[in-house]
Design a binder for this molecule. Structure first.
Ligand code: DQA
Length: 140
């Protein structure tokens, strides 16, 4: 199984960014965590991060026929991006939504998830553990 793990805006700032919410682990730490989890589960993973909505759309489109599933933390675009939703629909991507925090327990503007409208499962509020839960779900 080949999984594309996509991360949206500001996740490159992990460690510095609101550590009381997102923790002290850096994006590099998350990369290590995801790659170790993938090795343990015997799945192939590629992980990318972008601050640009169009780049996320491009990567989702290009995943078609290359990856079996997408694990997606679209970050703020989760709550705003019809373009990301349409891209997921266009390629009929198998998608698992992840978040470090639980947006449903935060500000009201985070309660809407366009990604969640097509994701087959969501893992949120588990820190890095949301990513391992998503990979375990896909591997299982
Ligand atoms: C986030 C939650 C989003 O609401 C926020 O905009 C992020 C990160 C998370 O992983 O908890 O940037 O996706």
């Amino acid at each position: 199984m080949k999984v594309l793990v996509l991360n949206g805006p500001n996740l490159n700032m992990l460690g510095l960014r609101e550590p009381e919410l997102y923790g002290k682990g850096t994006y590099a730490d998350l990369e290590t965590f995801v790659s170790e989890t993938a090795s343990r589960l015997g799945i192939e993973v590629e992980m990318r991060q972008t601050n640009h909505e169009g780049t996320l759309v491009d990567w989702i489109q290009q995943s078609r026929g290359v990856f079996d599933a997408i694990v997606l933390n679209a970050a703020a675009y989760t709550h705003t991006s019809v373009a990301v939703l349409d891209a997921l629909k266009a390629v009929k991507a198998r998608c698992v939504e992840v978040h470090l925090t639980d947006p449903k327990t935060r500000e009201e503007f985070r309660h809407v998830s366009y990604v969640g409208m097509v994701a087959e499962k969501t893992f949120a509020g588990l820190g890095f553990g949301s990513y391992s839960a998503a990979l375990e779900y896909l591997a299982g």
